[in-house]
Design a protein around this ligand. Structure first.
Ligand SMILES: Cc1ncc(COP(=O)(O)O)c(C=O)c1O
Length: 358
């Protein structure tokens, strides 16, 4: 299969991508919840357009450079869910705000509120902000109810910040045992609503993670959801968490078997420079799409170590498709993806925001 393609390359199945986009949009529409997909997963204008055409209200980005790269998609609303602090970014921020109908920023702590105020004052912009709340991932966000009350009050004192709502990334859901996502969704929901009711009942509520998104869409009071990885899926979503079907995985890594140095081990031409260093909770970099029991258990830069039953039957030169552990950093390592439809190559899409980390 695909013997004529140079490898490694990322194969993007267009029908599956569209199906994943429509499914998530349908769940959000059915519950009157806005969908703001995180573009970090795909970083491609073509995919952003599919999401927006399906009904996404806006896009979420982490970095300013990602937001700038998405402008040609005709996106009109962007939420930058990241702690922006650098006053040198003021001119770029002004330009971005002028290019959109709505630009929302994140405020992630009291210390950050002051830095953000300086940035916005330098840019001469007053913008809506969503306040980060830590619901268990222990990265950015106010700690505990009292910490959140203090952060809200701090935001309200800043002349260039307008408190719009509460957001969280409940990414710790990836670490829960298979089947416990309902519990993480319920706890996240409770934490956000309790805080909102203490602060101001008009504040909007924005949780965001592919593991919990469909569950949270059904819960009262949720304004918007910000899943990212759902658009393509990966080993974490389709195997570890089991919240996506294997047949819904839309991007695989096409690689070539380059050696079989000893019984029980095959080497493929995709290593950490293709998969990234991310692994599943079980320590896997990937699993073969067509032979699910064959796993990439180790990577060096340009080699993936394939182990499992049937590896000794693999032929040198054979093409294999691998589902990566974590799709987002894998896409960010590629200049472009090969688009397929019914197993035929139909296009090549550029990863427009690749490496836009500034
Ligand atoms: C702030 C924020 N929002 C949303 C997401 C999307 O999460 P996922 O890719 O699990 O859907 C992420 C992922 O890292 C994130 O950091």
């Amino acid at each position: 299969m695909f013997e004529y393609l140079p490898t490694p390359t990322l194969l993007l199945d267009q029908d599956r991508t569209t199906r994943n986009i429509r499914q998530m949009q349908a769940v959000c529409d059915a519950h009157d919840v806005e969908l703001w997909p995180h573009m970090k997963t795909h970083k491609m204008l073509e995919v952003a357009r599919l999401q927006l055409e399906a009904g996404a209200k806006g896009l979420v980005c982490a970095k300013l450079g990602e937001a700038e790269a998405m402008l040609p998609s005709s996106v009109r609303r962007i939420f930058i869910a990241y702690s922006l602090v650098d006053p040198l970014q003021a001119p770029r921020l002004r330009h971005l705000a002028a290019s959109l109908d709505e630009l929302i920023l994140a405020c992630t702590s009291e210390a950050h509120a002051e830095a953000l105020e300086t940035l916005l004052a330098t840019a001469d912009l007053k913008l809506p902000v969503l306040m980060a709340v830590d619901t268990g991932q222990h990265r950015e966000g106010a700690r505990g109810l009292e910490g959140a009350m203090r952060l809200a009050a701090c935001i309200q004192r800043q002349p260039h910040l307008e408190l719009h709502g509460l957001y969280t990334h409940e990414g710790h859901a990836y670490g829960t045992a298979n089947g416990n996502t309902q519990e993480v969704a319920a706890t996240t929901h409770k934490q956000l609503l309790t805080l909102r009711d203490r602060l101001d009942s008009t504040l909007s509520i924005w949780p965001g993670c592919s593991v919990t998104a469909k569950e949270l869409a059904t819960m009262p009071g949720v304004t918007a959801l910000r899943p990212g990885a759902y658009v393509f899926g990966d080993l974490s979503l389709a195997a570890t968490q089991n919240i996506m079907q294997w047949d819904d995985v839309a991007v695989t890594i096409l690689a070539t078997v380059v050696d079989r140095p000893e019984p029980g081990l095959a080497l493929i031409d995709a290593g950490s420079k293709t998969f990234s260093g991310d692994k599943t909770a079980a320590g896997l970099s990937g699993s073969f799409y067509d032979q699910r029991a064959i796993h990439i258990t180790r990577c060096s830069e340009e080699h993936g170590f394939a182990t499992g039953p049937q590896v000794d039957e693999l032929r040198i030169g054979e093409r294999v498709r691998v589902v990566p552990a974590h799709i987002c950093p894998a896409v960010n390592l590629a200049d472009e993806v090969t688009v397929i439809c019914n197993d035929q190559v139909v296009d090549t899409w550029r990863v427009a925001a690749r490496g836009k980390v500034q």
